[in-house]
Design a protein around this ligand. Structure first.
Ligand code: ZN
Length: 263
């Protein structure tokens, strides 16, 4: 899939995903519906939807006359796939471009590298690719129970999973063991990779990876009080209502643990 700023502008029938701040314009308009946009908008190809090309662009501010501007969780919850993934991808790429305008070494304004999601410094030739930030989520089972936690940040009302960013020099598995140890003081075994999801909510380039793991019988969590407010074992057949949304890998992991225990 070609992926970079294109010299050729979108065709009138192409779909456009517009981003302003952390908001997306919905429903996604066609280019022909956006006559009032300035000519200097940088269009980034996102792929195709039913054979029609899709483009992303960032605007310096919302233009309210164009339609309704919504956050990604609302878009993901209501539109579903594949629109949710396109919206998330647009948000991540536009946010990255906005926060990588100047060279970190010599402060010259960066230019786009044709055909790539990358920029280059015309001053010192520094190459600046769009870097990804992997993070891990772990669904920990103890027999027919699952460990759910409440975070002190983000959506604090939800019962979620132990999670954390991969640090330099770590494997994903090492991150799981470190985060589980730091956040809830547990040792886990039987670590199994489940899947992954690009996640537009936590900043540009975040890729969530999910794992299933097992804690020893009788093991009890001890919350760190910094990142977590609470951690509790729940029977897999009697989970709380306030779970992560159905479009999130957190929820897919919880559902997988439920299915696993029902077998
Ligand atoms: Zn430079």
């Amino acid at each position: 899939m070609p992926d970079a700023v294109s010299a050729a502008p979108p065709s009138p029938a192409d779909h456009c995903v517009l981003v302003a701040g952390r908001r997306l314009l919905t429903p996604f308009p066609r280019r022909a519906d956006l006559a009032e946009l300035p000519d200097d908008v940088a269009w980034v190809p996102l792929g195709a939807l039913d054979g029609v090309r899709v483009w992303a662009a960032g605007l310096p501010e919302r233009i309210d006359t164009l339609g309704r501007w919504r956050g990604w969780p609302s878009v993901a919850a209501s539109l579903g796939e594949p629109l949710a993934a396109l919206a998330g991808r647009a948000l991540q790429i536009v946010t990255w471009r906005h926060s990588h305008r100047f060279c970190g070494a010599c402060a010259t304004e960066l230019v786009d590298v044709p055909g790539e999601h990358a920029r280059r410094c015309p001053g010192c030739d520094l190459y600046v690719p769009m870097q990804l930030s992997p993070a891990v989520l772990t669904a920990i089972r103890r027999g027919d129970e699952i460990l759910l936690v409440k975070h002190t940040y983000g959506p604090t009302e939800l019962w979620a999973l132990v999670a954390g960013f991969v640090e330099a020099g770590e494997s994903l598995e090492e991150t799981v063991h470190r985060e589980v140890g730091e956040e809830v003081g547990l040792t886990v075994s039987n670590l199994r990779y489940f899947g992954s999801q690009p996640w537009a909510m936590s900043g540009p380039g975040v890729v969530l990876t999910g794992f299933l793991a097992t804690a020893a019988p009788g093991a009890e969590p001890v919350v760190d009080g910094k990142e977590l407010a609470e951690a509790r074992w729940f029977p897999l057949n009697d989970l709380p209502d306030a779970l992560p949304p159905t479009y999130s890998i957190s929820r897919w992991l919880i559902d997988a643990a439920v299915a696993e225990s029902a077998r």
